[in-house]
Ligand binder design. Structure first.
Ligand code: UFG
Length: 347
C-alpha cells in the first residue's frame, strides 16, 4: 500500500492510542509513536506488530518536555499531522492532584502547538470527551449543546484544551483542528493483542466488569439504582474502541485532504444508543456466558445520570459510523481479560 505519510501519535501506547496506531497502519499511514509510558508499557508495540505486521517508530518522550519534543521534531521533519492522546484521564485522581493534571494535560498541548508551526505541521486531531457537556438538558447530545462547568480538574483540562485549540486557530489561519469528543470507549482489538490496561483497581465500568467476571474482584458495585432512568442505573453511550480508532483515521483524512472550509471542527463519537449499567452486566453475561456478581451501591459522587451522543454530524461529515455490536464489543473485552490472565500465569 502507498505510504500516505507520517502521523505523530502522542500517547500511542495507551488504550485508544494503540488501537488508532493499528488503524492508521491499516489505512496506509505511517504512525510514529511517542509516549512516556506513565500509564502503558512498551509491550503494546509488540501487540501492534502482531496485528499489523508493522513496527511503529517509538520514542519514549514526555510531551511536557519541550526540548525533547523539539529534538524529536528535528529528527522527523516530515510529519503531516498529529493525533494528541497523551494526557492523564482519571477523574478522581485529578481531584486529588489538580496541578499534576493541569501541568500534564495543558503544558503538553501548548508545547505541541508551539512546535508544530516551526516544523511546518498544520494539522492536529485532539482527544476530547463528552465530559464537556456535563448533564445535558436535551438527549441525545449534539455538538451544539452548551458546555457546562467542569466537575473535575480532568474535565477542566479538556475544556481548556478545546479553548486553547480554538484560540490557536484564530491566530493561525493555517492550522486545522479536529476536536473529537469521545463517549465511553470499551472493548479491545478482536485479536486480543491490544486492549485496556488499567493500573490497580479500575475506576471505569468495563474493566471492573471483566475483572469481577474473572474473579480478580469479588463484587461489582453498581453505583445507584434510583436514577430517573428505566432501570434506575446510569446510562452511557459505550463505543467500541476499534470503531473509535477508525474515526481518527477519518479525521486525519479530512484535515489532510482539506475537506472542510472551517479550520476547527468538533465531532461527537458515540453509537447514538444509551445503555444502562445493568444492561451492560446482562449483555456481558449473555455474550460471554460468564456471571458478574454485583450489588447495588450508593450513587458515585459526580456521576452524570444519563448521556448519549447524537453522532449524526460525524456520520455525515467524517463518513464514519460506529458499527460493532455491544455483544461483540463485550466479548472482545472478555477475550482480552482472559489473555491478560493467561499472561499473568506465565509470568
Ligand atoms: N460504574 C459502576 N460501577 C463501577 C464503575 C462504574 O456502577 O465500578 C458506573 C458509573 O457509575 C457510571 C458508568 O458505570 O454510571 C460508567 O462509569 P465509567 O467510570 O466507566 O465512565 P464515566 O461515564 O463515569 O466516565 C467517562 C470517562 C471519563 C469522563 C466521563 C465524563 O471515563 O473520562 O465519562 O462523564 F470524564
Amino acid at each position: 500500500m502507498a505510504n500516505k505519510g507520517k502521523i505523530l501519535v502522542t500517547g500511542g501506547t495507551g488504550y485508544i492510542g494503540s488501537h488508532t496506531v493499528v488503524e492508521l497502519f491499516n489505512a496506509g499511514y505511517e504512525p510514529v509513536v511517542i509516549d512516556n509510558l506513565s500509564n502503558s508499557n512498551i509491550g503494546v508495540i509488540d501487540g501492534i506488530k502482531a496485528i499489523t505486521g508493522s513496527l511503529p517508530v517509538f520514542e519514549n518522550i514526555d510531551c511536557k518536555d519541550y526540548n525533547s519534543l523539539e529534538r524529536f521534531f528535528e529528527k522527523h521533519s516530515d510529519i503531516k499531522a498529529v493525533i494528541h492522546f497523551a494526557a492523564s484521564k482519571a477523574v478522581g485522581e485529578s481531584v486529588e492532584q489538580p496541578l499534576v493534571y493541569y501541568r500534564n494535560n495543558i503544558v503538553s498541548l501548548i508545547n505541541l502547538l508551539q512546535l508544530m508551526p516551526k516544523f511546518g505541521i498544520n494539522n492536529i486531531v485532539f482527544s476530547s470527551s463528552c465530559t464537556v457537556y456535563g448533564q445535558p438538558e436535551i438527549l441525545p447530545v449534539t455538538e451544539q449543546s452548551p458546555i457546562q462547568p467542569a466537575t473535575s480538574p480532568y474535565g477542566s483540562t479538556k475544556q481548556m484544551s478545546e479553548t486553547i485549540l480554538r484560540d490557536a486557530t484564530v491566530a493561525d489561519k493555517n492550522l486545522s483542528v479536529v476536536l473529537l469528543r469521545y463517549f465511553n470507549p470499551i472493548g479491545a482489538h478482536p485479536s486480543a493483542e491490544i486492549g485496556e490496561l488499567p493500573n490497580g483497581v479500575p475506576n471505569n465500568l468495563l474493566p471492573y466488569v471483566t475483572q469481577t467476571a474473572a474473579g480478580i474482584r469479588k463484587m461489582l458495585r453498581v453505583f445507584g439504582d434510583d436514577y430517573n432512568t428505566p432501570d434506575g442505573s446510569c446510562i452511557r453511550d459505550y463505543i467500541n474502541v476499534v470503531d473509535l480508532a477508525k474515526a481518527h483515521v477519518c479525521a486525519i483524512n479530512r484535515v489532510l485532504e482539506k475537506k472542510s472550509k472551517k479550520n476547527i471542527e468538533v465531532f461527537n463519537l458515540g453509537t447514538g444508543n444509551g445503555v444502562s449499567v445493568l444492561e451492560i452486566i446482562n449483555t456481558f453475561e449473555k455474550a460471554t456466558g460468564v456471571k458478574v456478581p454485583y450489588e447495588i451501591a450508593p450513587r458515585r459522587a459526580g456521576d452524570i445520570e444519563q448521556v448519549w451522543a447524537d453522532a449524526s454530524l460525524a456520520n455525515k461529515e467524517l463518513g464514519w459510523k460506529a458499527e460493532e455490536t455491544l455483544e461483540n464489543t463485550l466479548k472482545s473485552a472478555w477475550k482480552w481479560q482472559e489473555k491478560l490472565m493467561a499472561k499473568n500465569k506465565e509470568e
